[in-house]
Design a binder for this molecule. Structure first.
Ligand code: GCU
Length: 138
């Protein structure tokens, strides 16, 4: 597996804030989406070759209400209303996963809140492009 990590606090944020007031995040913080439809985070994801990739968003949602987000790749919707259900606490982090198709080179992967609650708090995006592992010789 070839997994690359992209921290949300290093991505492009539209209508959200980078914060660090809830424990358990990786990197230097997380993005707190504004509580509104359309707030988004856009990651610049590099793929060595075109093809499928599994996106795992690490997030926290301290409410009991799902905060779905639509995932777009290079401006085209890939996954509509990916579920980000409650995690029990703002300091409890889980992953929401979807598979998309990436182009070779740089891809704009955008996660946009689709309800007025906004998105969850997003820590990072792990991208698994399924590349060959470098295994120990048999
Ligand atoms: C609380 C919490 C924030 C969260 C917000 C929300 O204010 O501290 O981290 O983003 O709720 O509902 O989105």
């Amino acid at each position: 597996l070839a997994i690359t990590t992209y921290q949300a606090e290093s991505a492009t944020v539209s209508n959200g804030l980078v914060e660090s007031n809830h424990a358990g995040y990786t990197g230097s913080g997380f993005v707190n989406y504004d509580n509104e439809t359309g707030s988004h985070v856009e990651f610049s994801v590099t793929a060595a070759a075109a093809g499928p990739a599994t996106l795992s968003f690490r997030y926290a949602n301290g409410t009991t209400t799902n905060r779905p987000m639509t995932i777009a790749v290079n401006g085209t919707t890939a996954t509509t209303n990916l579920a980000f259900p409650g995690t029990g606490a703002w300091s409890t982090w889980r992953t929401a996963t979807t598979t998309v198709t990436l182009a070779a080179g740089t891809n704009r992967v955008r996660a946009t809140a689709t309800t007025s609650n906004g998105g969850p708090n997003v820590d990072k995006l792990d991208v698994d492009s399924g590349g060959a592992t470098t295994g120990r010789p048999a």
